[in-house]
Design a protein around this ligand. Structure first.
Ligand code: ZN
Length: 168
Protein backbone atom coordinates (compact mmCIF):
# COMPACT_ATOMS: atom_id res chain seq x y z
CA UNK A 1 0.00 0.00 0.00
CA UNK A 2 1.07 3.55 -0.58
CA UNK A 3 -0.14 7.04 0.08
CA UNK A 4 -1.29 8.88 -3.04
CA UNK A 5 -1.27 12.61 -3.66
CA UNK A 6 -4.63 14.32 -3.32
CA UNK A 7 -5.46 16.40 -6.39
CA UNK A 8 -6.54 19.96 -5.53
CA UNK A 9 -9.23 22.23 -7.01
CA UNK A 10 -8.04 23.87 -10.22
CA UNK A 11 -6.72 20.58 -11.59
CA UNK A 12 -8.81 19.68 -14.68
CA UNK A 13 -8.87 16.00 -13.59
CA UNK A 14 -11.41 16.88 -10.91
CA UNK A 15 -13.82 18.10 -13.60
CA UNK A 16 -13.77 14.96 -15.74
CA UNK A 17 -16.28 12.11 -15.74
CA UNK A 18 -14.86 8.85 -14.37
CA UNK A 19 -15.29 5.56 -16.24
CA UNK A 20 -16.91 2.46 -14.73
CA UNK A 21 -14.71 -0.36 -13.45
CA UNK A 22 -15.14 -3.44 -15.64
CA UNK A 23 -12.02 -5.47 -14.76
CA UNK A 24 -11.82 -6.30 -11.08
CA UNK A 25 -8.09 -6.88 -11.21
CA UNK A 26 -5.07 -6.26 -9.03
CA UNK A 27 -4.83 -2.62 -10.15
CA UNK A 28 -8.27 -1.94 -8.68
CA UNK A 29 -7.41 -3.75 -5.45
CA UNK A 30 -4.22 -1.67 -5.13
CA UNK A 31 -6.13 1.52 -5.95
CA UNK A 32 -8.71 0.78 -3.23
CA UNK A 33 -6.03 -0.08 -0.64
CA UNK A 34 -4.08 3.08 -1.48
CA UNK A 35 -7.22 5.24 -1.37
CA UNK A 36 -8.10 3.85 2.05
CA UNK A 37 -4.61 4.52 3.37
CA UNK A 38 -4.67 8.05 1.89
CA UNK A 39 -8.08 8.75 3.44
CA UNK A 40 -7.02 7.51 6.88
CA UNK A 41 -3.87 9.64 6.65
CA UNK A 42 -5.88 12.74 5.65
CA UNK A 43 -8.47 12.05 8.38
CA UNK A 44 -11.36 12.55 5.95
CA UNK A 45 -14.86 11.10 5.68
CA UNK A 46 -14.66 10.07 2.06
CA UNK A 47 -12.46 9.93 -1.02
CA UNK A 48 -13.14 9.40 -4.72
CA UNK A 49 -10.64 7.94 -7.21
CA UNK A 50 -10.41 11.15 -9.31
CA UNK A 51 -9.11 12.87 -6.16
CA UNK A 52 -6.02 10.68 -6.43
CA UNK A 53 -5.84 11.26 -10.18
CA UNK A 54 -7.55 8.04 -11.34
CA UNK A 55 -10.68 8.51 -13.46
CA UNK A 56 -12.46 5.36 -12.34
CA UNK A 57 -15.78 5.02 -10.50
CA UNK A 58 -14.42 4.03 -7.10
CA UNK A 59 -15.14 5.79 -3.80
CA UNK A 60 -14.54 5.18 -0.13
CA UNK A 61 -17.08 6.45 2.37
CA UNK A 62 -16.73 6.35 6.14
CA UNK A 63 -20.02 5.18 7.66
CA UNK A 64 -21.47 6.34 10.98
CA UNK A 65 -19.67 3.50 12.80
CA UNK A 66 -16.30 4.67 11.48
CA UNK A 67 -16.02 1.79 8.99
CA UNK A 68 -14.48 2.37 5.55
CA UNK A 69 -16.94 1.31 2.85
CA UNK A 70 -15.49 0.46 -0.55
CA UNK A 71 -17.98 1.35 -3.27
CA UNK A 72 -17.12 0.43 -6.85
CA UNK A 73 -19.44 1.79 -9.58
CA UNK A 74 -21.71 3.34 -6.92
CA UNK A 75 -25.14 4.58 -7.88
CA UNK A 76 -27.52 6.42 -5.61
CA UNK A 77 -30.82 4.72 -6.38
CA UNK A 78 -33.02 6.53 -3.83
CA UNK A 79 -32.83 9.74 -1.79
CA UNK A 80 -35.08 10.68 1.12
CA UNK A 81 -37.15 13.80 0.58
CA UNK A 82 -36.12 14.92 4.03
CA UNK A 83 -32.82 16.80 3.92
CA UNK A 84 -30.20 17.84 6.45
CA UNK A 85 -28.18 21.04 6.17
CA UNK A 86 -24.54 21.15 7.23
CA UNK A 87 -21.21 22.78 6.46
CA UNK A 88 -19.32 20.51 4.13
CA UNK A 89 -15.67 20.35 3.10
CA UNK A 90 -13.49 18.39 0.70
CA UNK A 91 -9.91 17.14 0.82
CA UNK A 92 -9.47 18.64 -2.68
CA UNK A 93 -10.70 22.07 -1.54
CA UNK A 94 -8.53 22.84 1.48
CA UNK A 95 -9.68 25.38 4.05
CA UNK A 96 -13.14 26.02 2.58
CA UNK A 97 -16.57 25.02 3.83
CA UNK A 98 -19.95 25.35 2.16
CA UNK A 99 -23.47 25.08 3.53
CA UNK A 100 -25.39 22.35 1.72
CA UNK A 101 -28.68 20.50 2.10
CA UNK A 102 -28.31 16.79 1.39
CA UNK A 103 -30.80 13.92 1.71
CA UNK A 104 -31.00 12.51 5.24
CA UNK A 105 -30.98 8.99 3.86
CA UNK A 106 -29.83 7.38 0.59
CA UNK A 107 -29.84 3.92 -0.89
CA UNK A 108 -26.63 3.07 -2.76
CA UNK A 109 -26.15 0.22 -5.19
CA UNK A 110 -22.49 -0.70 -5.74
CA UNK A 111 -19.99 -3.50 -6.25
CA UNK A 112 -17.24 -4.66 -3.93
CA UNK A 113 -13.57 -5.09 -4.94
CA UNK A 114 -14.34 -8.53 -6.39
CA UNK A 115 -17.26 -7.29 -8.50
CA UNK A 116 -20.03 -8.60 -6.25
CA UNK A 117 -23.10 -6.33 -6.24
CA UNK A 118 -24.73 -5.10 -3.05
CA UNK A 119 -27.12 -2.42 -1.84
CA UNK A 120 -26.74 -0.39 1.34
CA UNK A 121 -28.73 2.24 3.14
CA UNK A 122 -26.79 5.19 4.55
CA UNK A 123 -27.96 7.99 6.82
CA UNK A 124 -26.85 11.39 8.08
CA UNK A 125 -23.09 12.02 7.66
CA UNK A 126 -22.58 8.79 5.69
CA UNK A 127 -25.44 9.72 3.31
CA UNK A 128 -23.81 13.15 2.87
CA UNK A 129 -20.43 11.55 2.16
CA UNK A 130 -21.96 9.11 -0.37
CA UNK A 131 -23.58 12.02 -2.26
CA UNK A 132 -20.40 14.10 -2.11
CA UNK A 133 -18.14 11.27 -3.32
CA UNK A 134 -20.42 10.08 -6.13
CA UNK A 135 -20.64 13.72 -7.32
CA UNK A 136 -16.84 13.62 -7.72
CA UNK A 137 -17.23 10.78 -10.26
CA UNK A 138 -19.14 13.15 -12.53
CA UNK A 139 -16.79 16.09 -12.04
CA UNK A 140 -19.03 17.92 -9.57
CA UNK A 141 -17.57 19.59 -6.47
CA UNK A 142 -19.47 20.84 -3.42
CA UNK A 143 -18.42 24.41 -4.28
CA UNK A 144 -20.68 24.12 -7.39
CA UNK A 145 -23.71 23.26 -5.23
CA UNK A 146 -23.41 25.67 -2.32
CA UNK A 147 -24.43 29.32 -2.29
CA UNK A 148 -22.57 29.94 0.96
CA UNK A 149 -18.83 29.34 0.85
CA UNK A 150 -16.57 30.30 3.77
CA UNK A 151 -12.97 29.90 4.73
CA UNK A 152 -12.51 27.82 7.87
CA UNK A 153 -11.50 30.97 9.73
CA UNK A 154 -14.69 32.80 8.70
CA UNK A 155 -16.81 29.79 9.61
CA UNK A 156 -15.19 29.41 13.06
CA UNK A 157 -15.82 33.10 13.73
CA UNK A 158 -19.45 32.85 12.56
CA UNK A 159 -20.16 29.73 14.60
CA UNK A 160 -18.61 31.17 17.76
CA UNK A 161 -20.72 34.33 17.33
CA UNK A 162 -23.82 32.14 16.98
CA UNK A 163 -22.88 30.20 20.11
CA UNK A 164 -22.60 33.52 21.93
CA UNK A 165 -26.11 34.51 20.85
CA UNK A 166 -27.55 31.20 22.02
CA UNK A 167 -26.28 31.85 25.51
CA UNK A 168 -28.38 35.02 25.91
ZN1 ZN B 1 -14.58 15.91 -2.06
Amino acid sequence: MALRNIVKIGDPLLRKKSRPVTDFNERITTLIDDMKETLVDANGLGLAAPQVGVLRRVVIVVNNDGEYLELVNPEITARSQETVGAYEGCLSVPDERGYLERPRKVIVKAQDRTGKSFTISLEEMAARAACHETDHLDGTLFVDLTKELYTEEELDRMLSEQDGENED
